[in-house]
Design a binder for this molecule. Structure first.
Ligand code: ACM
Ligand code: ZN
Length: 719
């Protein structure tokens, strides 16, 4: 019995000490000791390696102590090189007298400092940590499994200010993410100053208003956007370099070139009758002038980024624009081809030759990897699926895994949250669950994987509300990026979700709060049985609830007896961070009464107004709307409900919507009453009188190019 008790006590001690060191991403090896190092005001950061001085200075921003070149007897944190280790490898030893970080190179030393930060109180991230502060004694031996641990930041669709990009770089650095794939151009914007062609950024950096680039996300008439000057780009590159982050720029070619083509339409193919094409998003592959023009642009971009790698796009080329071009189709015919991909291969080959002149190697999206002309040095970003990644790898290319089903962080995280829908619906757990073996990869194949990348595409971000859009990007990125970081580091925690989740909520939630990241908390589980509604807590956050239709927040402190479980909405909060609201499944039941839809505007037949009766969430309007245009919903019978919502734009994200307008309803089908103004294209009525008909009326003055969508109304039954 005594032995058993001792064994239990020993296990308990291990469990307790195991929680003292809880790092994300989990290091390869950690040994804990039962003593501490204490950082106080006289602790020194010691560094006599010129190359590592930026890291010492960086560490000093967070831990406010002096930096010195030589070590005193004790009470110091030294950062040094040991060339026997790999570049990103480090050893961290925390003894009572001193902390030693030794690393193979700059990256390893930086990684060691990040691990040290995670051993300190989370307040270290506020840059205002009270001293003395305690570090748990330990030895860490660590290096990443994958060399490429990246995030794509799409600043083309939604401009992100330089200050917010720098903030993002800090967040990546805290997670040992070492690549930023900077998506600088696309159909919707050109965000980098090109001195030889200044109109590209000056005009192409803005959407809406008098810009030739249409707005698309509900700001039709208002001009908005921005771009980075070359000086700002250099500043961001230098800031990232200190943080062990290599920036890989992307100029997306030959498709996704809509912004470029709005400003220089001459880069497009000709129409089949030889006349100039006015719209399109694909660069003509056979016009020799285009290569001269592109070289002028690319040369400037190459000079700004020290990375050897330059992403030139290659995704989703609309081949019909080439096939209808007299010159491009003649080229195909002359060479005996029918497949437009041959033109893409030729195009990529020529751009690759241009890049080679400037010492750069191309990176491309997976579509461009199959033509045969792409240099074997090129990095390929596999976005479509794990299967495509496998095919790319079989061609011998260093492959970066970013299948949309796991790593496109613009996708919504649960069914009732905002976010894009086309690529899946997943949260941090799914990201963490990515498993090479389950996806059919052999260990030999895995050994050739270059790494992982998440994508923060921003089509859906702006619409989340002006200055708040950056909060939504953070919400979409964290904690999913924590899982990506762990995956790319090698899942040294063993790969069990529960073990990772424990580290995440018990330690990393605090860190993310102090990092000032607007992260998402995984919501609790709602249970209902024998008239009792209860919550299964999955972490240490506090649970609140509200009754449907009310904003009054109540603390949840035990099961609720109710015969209407759907009436209650629960959420978790942790030091200001929040989960989405969740409810019992009965909350989400909707009514689908018979309804017809008519309008002053024509619809797109296949996705048209008739689909309103199917309760379809993406009805397409064929014509641009203007002031006074209307949409009329008529119900066969007056609808009784607890709430009804009319939505212009898309369902899961407020985009393609009517910016200004109102909702009027009729209880008798004859006379109408104006009851609500549209807010982000939507109007929701709570406990309305039975509604026979409802009409949305647009009031915008000027909405150039506004192609809108519409949803069937969402109607919730009375309790
Ligand atoms: C992509 O999502 N078109 C790379
Ligand atoms: Zn052409």
């Amino acid at each position: 019995m005594k032995r058993l008790l001792l064994a239990v006590a020993a296990l308990f001690a291990v469990a307790l000490s195991a929680s003292a060191v809880a790092i994300i991403p989990q290091p390869q090896s950690v040994t804990e000791h039962n003593y501490n190092f204490v950082v106080n005001a006289s602790t020194l950061i010691v560094c006599n390696e010129e190359q590592l001085v930026p890291i010492a200075k960086y560490a000093q921003e967070y831990v406010k102590v002096n930096v010195a070149k030589t070590a005193p007897k004790s009470n110091y944190i030294s950062i040094a090189l040991d060339k026997r280790l790999a570049e990103e490898e480090y050893r961290l030893s925390v003894a009572q007298e001193a902390v030693h970080i030794v690393a193979g190179g700059y990256g390893g030393a930086f990684n060691g400092v990040q691990t040290l930060f995670q051993l300190l109180p989370s307040a270290v991230y506020t840059k205002n940590m009270p001293l003395p502060a305690t570090v748990c004694g330990c030895n860490v031996a660590d290096k990443p499994k994958f060399a490429y641990r990246g995030l794509l930041l799409d600043v083309a669709r939604t401009f992100i200010t330089k200050e917010n990009v720098l903030r993002y770089i800090d967040y990546l650095a805290y997670h040992k993410v070492n690549k930023l794939h900077w998506h600088l151009t696309d159909n919707q914007g050109w965000r980098i100053e090109i001195k030889s062609h200044p109109r590209l950024a000056k005009v192409g950096g803005f959407r809406g208003g008098d810009s030739p680039i249409n707005a698309a996300l509900g700001k039709w008439g208002e001009k908005y956007g921005g771009y980075y000057t070359q000086e700002e780009i250099r500043e961001v590159v230098a800031y990232a370099a200190v943080r062990n982050i290599e920036i890989i720029p992307e100029i997306d070619l030959p498709g996704h070139s809509g912004a470029l083509a709005r400003i220089y339409p001459e880069i497009l193919c000709k129409n089949s009758d030889g006349t100039p094409r006015k719209s399109g998003a694909v660069v003509c592959a056979t016009n020799a002038e285009n290569y001269k023009f592109l070289e002028e642009i690319l040369a400037e971009v190459c000079a700004l980024f020290p990375s050897k790698h330059f992403h030139i796009g290659g995704d989703e080329v609309n081949m019909s624009q080439w096939k209808s071009c007299p010159d491009c189709s003649a080229w195909l015919e002359k060479n005996g081809y029918t497949d437009g991909h041959k033109l893409e291969d030729m195009f990529i080959g020529r751009i690759q030759d241009i890049l080679a002149k400037y010492g750069k190697s191309p990176s491309v999206w997976n579509e461009a990897a199959f033509g045969g002309g792409l240099s074997k040095e090129a990095w390929v970003h596999g976005w479509k699926s794990p299967k495509i990644c496998k095919q790319v790898m079989a061609k011998g290319y260093p492959t970066i895994f970013m299948p949309q089903q796991f790593f496109y962080f613009d996708m919504r995280q649960s069914e009732h949250e905002n976010g894009a829908v086309w690529g899946g619906c997943f949260d941090v757990r799914k990201v963490y669950s990515f498993d090479f073996a389950k996806e059919g990869f052999t260990p030999e194949e895995v050994a050739h994987v270059k790494g992982f990348e998440a994508a923060a595409w921003s089509e859906v971000f702006l619409s989340q509300g002006g200055d708040k859009s950056i909060d939504f990007i953070e919400y979409q990125t964290f904690p999913r990026l924590c899982a990506l970081s762990e995956l790319a580091w090698g899942k040294n925690g063993g790969g069990e979700w529960q073990e990772f989740h424990n580290r995440l909520y018990q330690h990393h939630y605090d860190r993310m709060v102090d990092m000032e990241i607007n992260f998402r908390i995984t919501p609790p589980k709602v249970k209902y049985s024998e008239g009792m509604l209860s919550i299964e807590k999955i972490d240490n956050s506090v649970i609140y609830y509200r009754v449907d239709g009310s904003d009054s927040r109540k603390l949840y402190n035990g099961a609720i007896r109710t015969s209407h479980p759907g009436k209650y909405l629960f959420w978790a909060e942790y030091r200001g961070a929040k989960s989405p609201e969740v409810a019992h499944s009965s909350h989400y039941k909707t009514l689908k009464p018979k309804v017809t839809l008519t309008s002053s505007l024509k619809d797109v037949e296949k996705y048209g107004y008739h689909r309103v009766a199917d309760y379809y969430m993406s009805i397409r309007v064929a014509e641009t709307y203007k002031k006074g245009d209307w949409f009329l919903f008529e119900f066969d019978e007056p609808v009784e409900c607890r709430s009804i919502e009319f939505i212009t734009g898309s369902h899961a994200v407020p985009s393609r919507l009517i910016t200004k307008g109102y909702l009027e309803v009729s209880y008798d089908g004859k006379s109408f009453h104006r009851v609500a103004e549209l807010n982000y294209g939507r109007a929701k009525l709570l406990n309305p009188k039975p509604i026979k008909a409802a009409r949305i009326v647009a009031t915008d003055d000027d909405v150039p190019g506004a192609k809108i969508r519409l949803c069937s109304p969402i109607i919730y039954p009375k309790w």
